[in-house]
Design a protein around this ligand. Structure first.
Ligand code: SAM
Ligand code: SF4
Length: 326
């Protein structure tokens, strides 16, 4: 089992399989030209499996594939098939564009839950945020997943001045569908022009929800980053990932592996440990993993204040979200 120096168990690994994406979400992709990692710098499917196996030996029992857009990998099927043979709960975060192409694979790989990002329910707004006219396709793929019995969580990055006008429509989804709509507070990463006044917090959105609805807190499972709420008696629910206004680091069980094979203890951490080079040199990575976890900071990668209004984004040493893997 992997415990850090604060006694937190680490049994959940998020693997970025690529830093490429078919979208250009404003909050994720740096505006400056972003140079993706070369093919040789990326972990191959076999290397991903080998590294994942080492984590599993050390107690990891949940793996999420992310990116970039994970389904863009040409060998996505191979990656999913081999990871699905490990004794882990396997899950994916995707922008949803290629879900129809991989539906059968997802079903036969015993994937039960999928997070799909969708920041607007209005076609033109969706295009402004993502840079792509793909709303209909993503929406159809969400329906496809629901009709095929997948548990769906919709990720919405909540940006002040944007999310408010669509908030009621997102809440209505919980009436019509058995899904979870998760509002993620806007987080600072290199090149995403984060400012504290662009953050709208869980509490602010809860107040908005309470204007027209009965809102009841639901007990969330251990290690959950999301605080969950029932809206009226709707079949679905909403949730908030309140990283900026009320972080959940005390209960963190997550580790990250970047697409170029580096362990990152925290989204906001500046330290990375290169396990891909070790694997390529036929070295054991067990001690590298243990060492990395032992160095994990208590909160927020040790990089910024818990009062988000005091954060100076330019003083944070990190990468863009697309490079880290969300
Ligand atoms: N391409 C996939 C997708 O969009 O779902 C997976 C990768 S994406 C980086 C993972 C998640 O991170 C998405 O739900 C996205 O909305 C979220 N994300 C990206 N940048 C963010 C930011 N600055 N603040 C909050 N969430 C962010
Ligand atoms: Fe691509 Fe996902 Fe980032 Fe949007 S949030 S640019 S879909 S990786």
């Amino acid at each position: 089992m992997l415990f850090d120096s604060f006694g937190r168990i680490h049994n959940y690994l998020r693997i970025s399989v690529t830093d490429q994406c078919n979208f250009r979400c404003t909050y994720c992709m740096p505006e400056e030209e972003y140079a993706c990692a070369g093919k040789d710098e990326l972990m191959s499917a076999a290397e991903i499996t080998k590294i994942a196996e080492e984590f599993v030996k050390l107690g990891v029992n949940k793996i999420r594939l992310t990116g970039g857009e994970p389904m863009l990998r040409k060998d996505f099927a191979q990656i999913v098939e081999s990871l699905s043979r490990l004794p882990v709960e396997l899950t994916i975060t995707t922008n949803g564009v290629l879900v129809d192409k991989y539906l059968e694979l997802l079903q036969k790989s015993n994937i039960k839950t999928i997070n799909v990002s969708i920041d607007s329910l209005i076609e033109t707004e969706f295009e402004k945020i993502t840079g792509r006219n793909m709303f209909q396709r993503v929406w159809q793929n969400i329906q496809l997943l629901l009709n095929n019995g997948f548990e769906i969580k919709l990720n919405v990055v909540a940006m002040k001045g944007h999310v408010e006008s669509e908030f009621e429509n997102f809440l209505s989804l919980t009436k019509d569908y058995p899904l979870e709509v998760r509002f993620i507070e806007f987080m600072p990463f290199t090149g995403n022009h984060w400012e504290s006044n662009k953050v709208i917090t869980e509490l602010e959105l809860l107040e908005l929800a309470k204007l027209n609805h009965e809102v009841k807190a639901i007990v969330a499972p251990a290690h959950s980053t999301a605080k969950k709420y029932q809206i009226d008696n709707n079949q679905g629910r909403i949730a908030f990932i309140s990283t900026m206004s009320s972080h959940f680091c005390g209960d963190c069980n997550r580790l990250r592996l970047t697409a170029n094979g580096k362990i990152k203890n925290c989204l906001f951490g500046k330290d990375e440990i290169d396990v891909l080079s070790a694997i390529r040199n036929n070295q054991s990575i067990e001690n590298l993993i243990i060492k990395s976890v032992s160095k994990k900071h208590k909160a927020l990668g040790g990089q910024f204040s818990t009062d988000y209004k005091e954060i100076k984004a330019e003083s944070i040493i990190n990468s863009s979200m697309i490079a880290i893997g969300g």
